[in-house]
Design a protein around this ligand. Sequence first.
Ligand SMILES: [Zn+2]
Length: 469
Amino acid sequence: MFVAFVGCFAAGTLPSRGEEPALSEAVVRAAAALREKALAGTHAFEILKSLTVEVGSRFAGSMGDAAAVAWGLRTLKKLGLSNVHSEAVKVPRWVRGPASGEILRPYAHPLALVSLGGSVSTAPEGIEAEVIEVASLEALKAVQPEAVRGKIVFFNQKTERARDGSGYGKAVDVRSRGAIHASQAGAVAVLIRSIGTDQNRLPHTGGMWYDDKVPKISAAALSNPDADLLAAEIASGQPVSVRLRISNRELGQAESANVVGEIPGREHPEEIVLLAAHLDSWDLGPGALDDGAGCAIVIETARLIAEVAEKPRRTIRVVLFANEEFGLSGAKAYAKAHEAELARHIAATEADFGAARVWRFRSRVAPEKLAAADAIAKLLAPLGVARGDNRTHGGADLIPLRAARVPLFSLMQDGSHYFDVHHTANDTLDKADPKDLDQNVAAYATFAYCAAEMNGGFGEAPPFPQKKQ
Ligand SMILES: [Zn+2]
């Protein structure tokens, strides 16, 4: 067993007696000092405030998106990062128009709803049809096509509140793929219960996709109370009819950009620790939590480390990705443009889960490098951060790095309230707490500094299981 194990690795990668620890005492001391400095107060909230006030919503390809790229460039320069530049990215341009809906019978009510991102329009006079309620894509498959044909499919599945955000993952497929499945069954439109944990009347938008093999049908999200109302009418046993009017536009492609800034490494500038966030937001609000907070956290982390007298050995690179929300355009463009250096990305993490405190540290490193990740976890423990498993998926913008086996890390934020405002008009600055952001910066700075300074790297990340289709 042991012999076979050794055979898997190049000579020199197995730990041996007398090998240097991943983190020297000096690095541990410097990282702890950075952590305490961040806890005492950072500029993260001011950076977030600047983005939400000076730019606001910044959906891919919009004027706000262009303003955000300009904001990113001037902010990274002003805060002392090096090699600050933009990298052009083409993004799809979808423009939201008016959307309205009402229950016509048995009991008439207006409905609070928004188009899902990417939805096609209805005819100008709207669509009027009976509604059929199902809980999930699986439940829809179990319904006879005759019962669906010509109807509006209402996906009524509640999003569970969970600290780790797992409720979102369980519910989101009806948003992203519901229109494909409903169209396959002959439906004329889709309504979903918002993928969100609040009970107010602001519906949650989000990306949805079509399949060229079936007609494109309109899709909208109801606020949770409106979904309750519609469900109550359906539960009365009488046929329920709804009218929907949706008007959106597709304008082909537009220009956007990833914004990049660095702290060049003093010894191994070619080796990179990637700190990611996404600069775009949805169009309904200023995206303070999604993902203004992530931008502020990684920018402030880099600024803080840039102030340290001796720069870290490796390069810390901040990338504010374009268009995460509507197709990962920036992440795909980055992986392509930087393909030759992906093997030298020794660690990557993305802040994209709001502004609440970090509570768990997950990794995806080579099994023989777990001790290095554990050593960083020890330094995070005083922040109330527990060591998680070695199976993190990283953030959405890190998906294109998976094939290159880049080691991934997640400083998981408490997601208990994130999905109350996610992708709504309510995702505003007041939802972020300055002290919580400081704790985030403390965690990110500890992690990034250690990863950029440590002896040896994290090896190759274990591969992801092949997706079954
Ligand atoms: Zn996001």
